[in-house]
Ligand binder design. Structure first.
Ligand code: AMP
Length: 202
């Protein structure tokens, strides 16, 4: 299955991506994680991305799209994938559609995790990640940057909801509640039966 996970920062995309990908036996591909790994590794790509990330802005489409194309060409993504944090602009979505079409493929489903903005701000300001055994705040989770990232989401990424609705691919998922409840809603929207571990009707 080829799935996109859409939703604002703090909606739980990363957590859900890992769990859902485990059920689908497909790789979860997070553009944010790939960028962060490149920033830590001080690669050329990391240097290009860092200024944008620190400001809470999107990395330019041409950099991001080329990186995703390379990742999707790897053998583990041939049969399916779950994209977390990509696409984030209509231009990215169009380029993803075109490059999948060149291979005779297309997306099966787009899941949008829906959470209201007050809850997002609460979650992001309390979020910590483990680095070298220590819990630290992501530099782009500081309050000023969080507000900016939410604005970037509203302006550049939220229109993807209508784009994918028009393509008949969108399922909106209420992402408030326990991790397990949200996973169950997402799997249901994918037609996945958690008990049998198979797609319903398959
Ligand atoms: P995330 O971990 O998905 O919140 O991404 C962290 C940061 O990486 C974002 O704020 C952007 O600066 C950058 N980023 C991740 N995915 C994309 C994308 N699809 N397009 C542009 N920038 C991205």
């Amino acid at each position: 299955m080829r799935v996109v996970l859409l939703g604002p920062p703090g909606a739980g995309k990363g957590t859900q991506a890992q769990i859902i990908a485990g059920h689908l036996a497909a790789p979860a591909i997070s553009t944010g994680d790939i960028f962060r790994a490149n920033v830590s590794g001080r690669t050329e790509l990391g240097q290009k991305a860092k200024t944008y990330m620190d400001a809470g802005d999107l990395v330019p489409d041409e950099v991001t799209v080329a990186m995703v194309k390379d990742r999707l060409a790897e053998p583990d993504a041939k049969a399916g994938f779950l994209l977390d944090g990509f696409p984030r602009t209509i231009a990215q979505a169009e380029q993803l559609r075109d490059s999948l079409a060149e291979l005779g493929n297309g997306l099966d489903r787009v899941l949008e995790l829906v959470v209201d903005e007050d809850e997002l701000v609460r979650r992001l300001s309390g979020r910590r990640m483990l680095v070298d055994g220590e819990w630290v705040q992501r530099s782009d989770d500081e309050p000023e940057t969080v507000r900016h990232r939410l604005q970037v989401y509203r302006e550049q990424t939220a229109p993807l909801s209508g784009f994918y609705e028009g393509e008949g691919l969108l399922a909106r998922i209420d992402a408030i509640g326990s991790v397990e409840d949200v996973t169950a809603r997402a799997l249901e929207a994918l037609g996945w039966s958690p008990r049998s571990g198979q797609q319903a009707g398959a």
